[in-house]
Design a protein. Structure first.
Length: 538
């Protein structure tokens, strides 16, 4: 950041989010500072989080009397022309988007968890407080722990990591345990293809996650917490560590938080990138310095978790949503959504999509609205054929099911799952037999190996799918594949093997023609893009 002491300095926001940096945000910020210095233009460059409109990154925002005017996507070579055209006054230019908050894509969303992301400097405590930070924690500290747990329960908040288990029930289980030593653990091992909301929270509003974990600690009687981040997120790791240091300096962590009796220490731990550590017990094993393998349940982590002690384990989005629930009340949050799916979900649009990014809206929005209205269809311009919702182990849904409302029960009834809110789009060129094969191969690559249905079943699944598309006893092998899927679903120790059949079964059910025998020269492709991963190296 560069600052000018002049009161007339113009504030310009350039994202520091790793998605924006990957397409040149750092270079744009540097070019802007150099060009402004040469022109002797007083400019303050603030590195904010991303607004989530990833197709417009790097997005540059200029503070004007009318609001923050956006320009994007901006390349370093565009900076001179933008300044010459009067960008610092919000002047017109081919890259001018208008006042960012008024853009229809953003304006129609209901941003609760993401209300500050893209607005503030992620590592500025002053900015955090100016935008409502710590209101939830201050409210919680004035309440008895049991009352805080009740508030979270009444809000209807369910785990955003994929399982959708009510957060308040989990917290009450930990609160009711008599042990003096308890832990709060945040699982930030965001391994699902097409998901990036956890990363954006940690890079764009890290104090919110710290506040949510501190509220959880007060609620259940914990004094120590851990954030488990996958090693593929170096920017998130660095940002969270910096934020924890600043929070200590501000008295938001450590002893006597905000003058209360609460003592809470928070640590970042970096995982080696095993997909299985997205499962809570595997993560706990890794936190204890062991190989990440699934634990048998019971006992559940809420009773015997980290080092055998009662432990709250929640996802980033779950914990990051807690502060606003305490600040605004359970009723305000509960009024959003449908049926048993209350509040908002942060949907992540990826794959072959024209406008990929973050859409936060109340549960109940349809898949069609997300893909066609927010996403703008495919990036390739060809018709959408299918979407996969819920990560690499989620179901493939055809366009005939696009009016399905996004809520946990509606998806479960349709044989699908919401998961972490990732929506990966495929156009008509997708080979669904290859996608089914990918699910089995992904499981074989990422299985912890502890149970036979997952470890062996996934390998056999790849072999059977290859035989089916090769025309070898097709009907018999389809029946064998169904038996294998049933065994993996019912017999696997955790959701890794238990959910692998979901994409396979959905691909066969909705796209049976892709499993017909092929010409000898047209085998299943062994390499294809899938939400940023390549088959065989997932």
């Amino acid at each position: 950041m560069t600052k000018d002491s002049s009161d007339s300095a113009v504030t310009v926001y350039v994202p520091r989010d790793s998605a924006a940096r990957s397409v040149g945000a750092d270079e744009v910020a540097d070019a802007l500072m150099r060009a402004a210095a040469e022109r002797e233009a007083p400019v303050e460059v603030v590195r904010n989080g991303s607004r989530g409109m990833l197709w417009l990154e790097p997005l540059v925002e200029v503070v004007t009397p009318a609001g923050r005017v956006g320009y994007g996507p901006v390349a370093p070579s565009d900076v001179e022309g933008l300044l010459a055209a009067g960008m610092l006054e919000g002047a017109d230019h081919p890259l001018r988007l208008g006042v960012v908050d008024e853009l229809p894509w953003l304006a129609r969303q209901t941003r609760v968890t993401f209300s500050r992301i893209g607005i503030t400097d992620p590592l500025s405590p002053e900015d955090y407080l100016r935008h409502g930070g710590l209101a939830g924690l201050r409210t919680a500290l004035g309440m008895a722990p049991a009352d805080v747990v009740t508030e979270v329960t009444d809000s209807g908040l369910r785990g955003r990591g994929g399982a959708g288990f009510p957060a308040g029930i989990k917290w009450k289980t930990v609160l009711d345990c008599a042990d003096e030593l308890k832990f709060v653990c945040c699982n930030a091992d965001e391994g699902d293809s097409g998901t990036f909301a956890d990363r954006m929270v940690m890079e764009g509003d890290p104090f919110m996650l710290i506040e949510g974990m501190t509220i959880a600690a007060h609620s259940v009687g914990a004094r120590e917490g851990y954030i488990y981040i996958r090693s593929e997120y170096p920017d998130a790791v660095a940002t969270m560590r910096a934020a924890i240091g600043i929070a200590h300096e501000q008295g938001w962590l450590g002893k006597g938080i905000l003058g209360s009796p609460l003592d809470f220490e928070l640590h970042v731990r970096v995982g080696a990138g095993a997909y299985i550590c997205g499962e809570e017990t595997s993560m706990l094993e890794s936190l204890e310095g062991k190989r990440g393998t699934v634990r048998a349940k019971p006992p559940i982590p809420a009773i015997e978790g980290l080092f055998g002690k009662p432990t709250v384990v929640n996802n980033v989005l779950t914990l990051a949503t807690v502060p606003v629930i305490l600040a605004e009340g359970a009723k305000a949050y509960q009024e959003l959504g449908v049926e048993r799916s209350r509040g908002t979900q942060v949907f992540q649009l990826g794959g072959n999509i024209a406008r990929g990014g973050i859409v936060e809206t109340a549960f109940g929005v349809t898949l069609r609205e997300l893909v066609e209205e927010y996403g703008g269809g495919t990036f390739s311009g060809r018709p959408v054929r299918t979407v996969q919702v819920g990560g690499p182990l989620g179901a493939y849904l055809p366009t005939s099911m696009f009016d399905l409302p996004m809520d946990y029960e509606a998806f479960a009834e349709a044989g699908a799952m919401l998961g972490h809110g990732g929506v990966v789009v495929f156009d008509e060129s997708v080979d669904m037999a290859a996608q089914a094969r990918f699910a089995m191969e992904f499981c074989a690559e990422e299985s912890c190996g502890k149970c036979t249905p997952c470890r062996v079943g996934s390998v056999r699944g790849v072999e059977v799918i290859d035989k089916i598309v090769a025309g070898q006893q097709r009907d018999e092998n389809l029946a064998l594949l169904e038996d294998l899927c049933e065994l993996m679903t019912d017999g696997s120790l955790c959701a890794m093997g238990g959910l692998t059949p979901m994409p396979v079964r959905s691909a066969i059910a909705h796209f049976p023609d892709d499993f017909l025998a092929r010409d000898p020269g047209r085998a299943i492709p062994r390499t294809h893009a899938h939400g940023g991963r390549t088959e065989g190296t997932a």
